[in-house]
Design a protein around this ligand. Sequence first.
Ligand code: PLP
Ligand code: COI
Length: 340
Amino acid sequence: MCKGVNINWNNLGFGYIKTDFRYISYWKDGKWDEGNLITDNMITISEASTALHYGQQCFEGLKAYRTKNGGIQLFRPYENAKRMNRSANRLLMPEIPKEKFVDAVRQVVRANEGYVPPYGTGGTLYIRPLLIGVGDNIGVGPASEYLFCVFCLPVGPYFKGGMVPVNFIVAEYDRAAPCGTGAAKVGGNYAASLYPYHLAKKGGFADCVYLDPQTHTKIEEVGSANFFGITKKNEFVTPKSPSILPSITKYSLLYLAQEYLNLRATQRDVLIDNLDEFKEAGACGTAAVITPIGGIHYKGKLHIFHSDTAVGPVTTELYNTLCGIQFGDIQAPDGWIIEI
Ligand code: PLP
Ligand code: COI
């Protein structure tokens, strides 16, 4: 079905590439329609859509992986479906039945099969589900109609170089409020992060690290990924906070660290003044995969973890285990892999 695609698979970054098909479904009068694949990548919506005025929208990010034998598989898509519904609930949007979500993802991947990068290139097919409030509205309130869309594109590393250390800077801004929407994957959190991200990039950093909005003493997460550290006692530690995105990669690593690497794995406070407790650190997420953190810049000083050029051994082992599972080379825990 796919047109022959002419892509340099070994040179993919994280930029928009228009693929052939996307899925779209409308919610009106209390129910979802059947949904279907379309070729047009333009969406026409009312000028009075709540998504445009009041940020009533949420999204997801997951990937399809090409295996060694040429198959295609998804990594924990039902977790994305569940998180999308938690985000939808937070913004008073209708839930998407989990099977409808996963079916839409499957349809889009199948229809764009030619865009799934070959095994061994490191590339993947990034899938972006999107739920937005549409229809004619003007007062602050939930929309009368909704649109659920799923599109995809081939991607390489989110942070330049992939599995190479990058430096982050602690933001002076917050991305989320203590009882706000930090735990939901909603566009407003990312809108709030654009200016600090711009400042970070201008300063030569790959992204920001946010501190907890209440006390500014604890690491929350990176603008585009969660944070983890490996302590000098070989413990996998990741921040526990109600205002960070519950990262599916982070929960997967907590499990893999314990069950596959025999490390203690803990969610707890991570004090920005106590970075010395870590011998390695990283950012984790669907787009970021595992990106080693060379150093974090805070109050005029760059704190280096393992090295700003080499990747630590535990981070390397976690990366190999996670990617081995995602690409089908290592036996996954039950239910983590869904074949297309
Ligand atoms: N934190 C933020 C702010 C993100 O944008 C992402 C990406 O989705 C993550 C964490 C990682 O979440 P996941 O592992 O579910 O992709
Ligand atoms: C993802 O990892 O899926 C994300 O949504 C992060 C985004 C900043 C690209």
